[in-house]
Design a protein around this ligand. Structure first.
Ligand code: PNS
Length: 159
């Protein structure tokens, strides 16, 4: 069984994330989308909201499982018997942090390999942070996120 973990904050899930999930699931028998429960970050969406939005959009995809995780990623990967960590790479600006994280994870556990997947070019400029900012300022986000996410964002910012 070739199993991979796709970890992230997913605050919220975007079309770019979904594109990476779609690519990863063709390469692995199972992809576990792991939503980080990180006390240090202050996400817009709660852990439950982030999980629900992912489940609404990605759980129908064959061989994809949505779960939460806490603590070190390599420990979680070990517990799930996953040999690979998937990360999306959009631009050179992503590279430095991703490179550092991949090598640190390798240092922590040499058995876990990081694999970078590039989303469709049209999603290269897309990030959860930018989508939240556009939504907050009243812009149209309908082509960047699934409909349920667009609705959830609009609800957050029209209260
Ligand atoms: O979507 P993000 O915020 O870029 O995801 C970052 C995430 C959750 C993948 C990263 O912060 C992580 O792996 N956190 C778990 C804690 C951990 O293992 N830290 C050491 C990584 S070198």
């Amino acid at each position: 069984m070739r199993r991979a973990i796709y970890p992230g904050s997913f605050d919220p899930v975007t079309n770019g994330h979904l594109d990476v999930i779609e690519r990863a699931r063709k390469l692995f028998d199972e992809v576990i989308v792991a939503v980080a429960h990180n006390d240090e970050k202050q996400p817009l969406f709660s852990l439950k909201e982030r999980l629900d939005l992912l489940r609404e959009t990605a759980s129908k995809i064959n061989n994809v499982r949505i779960v939460k995780f806490k603590g070190l990623l390599v420990n979680f990967a070990q517990a799930q018997k996953a040999g690979a960590v998937i990360r999306g790479l959009r631009a050179v600006s992503d590279f430095e942090f991703e490179f550092q994280m991949a090598l640190m994870n390798r240092k922590l556990d040499a058995a876990v390999e990081t694999i970078f997947l590039m989303p469709k070019e049209e999603y290269t400029y897309l990030s959860s942070r930018i989508v939240k900012e556009i939504a907050r300022l009243g812009g149209d986000i309908s082509s960047f996120v699934p409909t349920c996410v667009a609705k959830a964002l609009n609800r957050k910012f029209t209260r």
